[in-house]
Design a protein around this ligand. Structure first.
Ligand SMILES: Nc1nc2c(c(=O)[nH]1)N[C@H]1C(S)=C(S)[C@@H](COP(=O)(O)OP(=O)(O)OC[C@H]3O[C@@H](n4cnc5c(N)ncnc54)[C@H](O)[C@@H]3O)O[C@H]1N2
Ligand code: MOO
Length: 431
């Protein structure tokens, strides 16, 4: 797909000559990677506080891991040559628990050894205790012939001092923090937390917990987006609901730009005269991207408030329909946040994980937009197949909630049961 896929502004997806070009999803992602720059500032945090933060500098290993040759089993360390030379049992000359620095193994003997304990110099294999018999004199008879090096974990076989461990721009998680702990590191240089101002526009919106009048609707996008932002370790400033009035939107964007590194808003990005986000962005800064060839999520907009994108505040404007907001966030918005946070481009979901799965249903394609169907993966006669997880309206959240991922319907390419199609697991957006 190229960048000038033509779509229809009225949402009915028929082509009209005056239609504005829609940008291909993958082209849009590429453009956003170039447009969004990391926000400034680093700080030092303790390892205990580091999960979720983005590394500001690369980290190399300080020590070898494992630090010494050690046993992978509870058992007996011995010299293989002594075992093969005779059927004689071996006396146990020493007991080596984890945490000690053993003497060389006495000739003609074996060592009682435990998992993680250092191999005594001279020993070249470990036989697990299940594979020996201990006689009345306490001597060890091997019931199976070990091989050289068996059950020995060698010094530096995982990592050697000086090896690159983690790149700058890595978001730390439980596993990477544990890797750093295993290197004895306890203070890390990370990027400053990114502050995101959240705005939801719509005069029909009311806050959950208050009564609902006729024609009103609860603001669910604020909850959706605040949770999604926090999951990505952003600091969220929920600036509440903005009425569908140009002046209110303009002021809200200006205020938000003073306090945040990124503005995320939902609603008011379509083409109606109640949709003020784009005109306001054009007045206060610029619109860089608008209209993506995806369904749902077409009205996604990226712009900025301020003199320039480099010195101003980037704005991710999502459609109001909740599932359109969710997908536009996951496919495009989250990438902007992660770039702002300084994540490197190889990290998911900056690089989308795209697999192939078999469809368990038929569906006509949209002609102009790549459609992302909410599906769950279920075995049908032993084969995992994608099935629609519910009604696909972009105003409905149930199907997204029940989905394992999105089945990609390329424009004009119908889905045929039994054929394979691109699939984006939703789990990657939680990374
Ligand atoms: N003439 C056209 N109409 C529409 C088009 C189009 O191309 N031409 N595009 C349609 C598509 S696609 C989408 S998606 C929506 C997006 O419109 P907006 O981003 O301007 O969103 P709103 O009009 O403000 O709201 C749409 C829908 O979502 C509800 N909503 C809004 N905010 C929230 C919220 N915070 N929590 C829950 N629900 C929310 C709102 O009440 C509307 O029902 O436009 C189509 N129209
Ligand atoms: O088709 Mo809209 O983009 O409902 O989401």
């Amino acid at each position: 797909m190229n960048a000038d896929v033509r779509g229809h502004e009225c949402g009915c997806d028929t082509r009209h000559p005056h239609d504005k070009p829609l940008t291909d999803l993958f082209d849009a992602r590429q453009q956003l990677l170039g447009l969004v720059t990391p926000s400034h500032g680093t700080e030092s945090v303790s390892l205990a506080e580091a999960s979720g933060r983005v590394l500001a500098e690369p980290i190399r290993a300080r020590i070898d891991l494992p630090g010494v040759d050690n046993s992978a089993m509870d058992g007996y360390a011995l010299r293989l040559s002594e075992l093969s030379a005779s059927d004689q049992p071996l006396p146990i000359s020493v007991r080596i628990p984890a945490g000690i620095d053993p003497e060389p193994l006495a000739v003609g003997s074996c060592a009682r050894i435990f998992t993680g304990a250092p191999i005594p110099p001279g020993a070249d294999c470990v036989i697990p205790q299940e594979q020996v018999r201990i006689d009345e004199e306490g001597h060890v008879h091997c019931l199976a012939m070990p091989s050289a090096g068996q059950h020995i974990r060698h010094r530096g076989e995982e990592v050697q001092a000086g090896d690159p461990l983690l790149d700058a721009g890595t978001r730390l998680n439980a596993i990477s923090c544990a890797m750093l702990a295993s290197q004895g590191m306890h203070q890390l240089k990370v990027r400053r937390r990114v502050r995101v101002a959240l705005l939801c526009t719509g005069s029909e919106l009311v806050v959950p917990g208050t009564p609902l009048a006729a024609g009103q609707l609860y603001n669910s996008n604020a909850t959706l987006l605040a949770a999604a932002l926090k999951q990505q370790h952003a600091e969220v400033l929920d600036l509440g609901i903005v009425a569908d009035r140009a002046e209110d939107m303009r002021q809200a964007l200006l205020d938000a730009s003073q306090m945040a590194d990124l503005i995320v808003c939902s609603g008011g990005v379509s083409v109606g005269e109640e949709d003020h986000v784009r005109p306001c962005l054009e007045q206060l800064g610029a619109v860089h991207l608008h209209g993506i060839a995806i369904k749902p999520g077409k009205p996604f907009t990226f712009g900025h408030v301020g003199d320039s994108l480099a010195n101003g505040t980037p704005v991710v404007a999502l459609p109001g329909n909740p599932t359109a907001a969710l997908l536009a966030w996951q496919l495009l918005g989250q990438l902007c946040l992660q770039r702002r946070q300084g994540m490197h481009c190889q990290s998911p979901p900056l690089q989308l994980k795209r697999w192939s799965v078999e469809a368990g249903f038929h569906k006509r394609a949209n002609r102009h937009r790549r459609e992302l169907l909410r599906v769950r993966i279920e075995p049908q006669r032993g084969i995992p197949r994608a099935l629609l997880s519910g009604s696909q309206g972009s105003n409905m959240l149930q199907a997204a909630h029940a989905a394992d991922g999105y089945l990609i319907v390329e424009p004009g390419e119908d889905i045929l049961q039994g054929e394979h199609y691109g699939y984006l697991p939703t789990s990657q957006f939680l990374a």
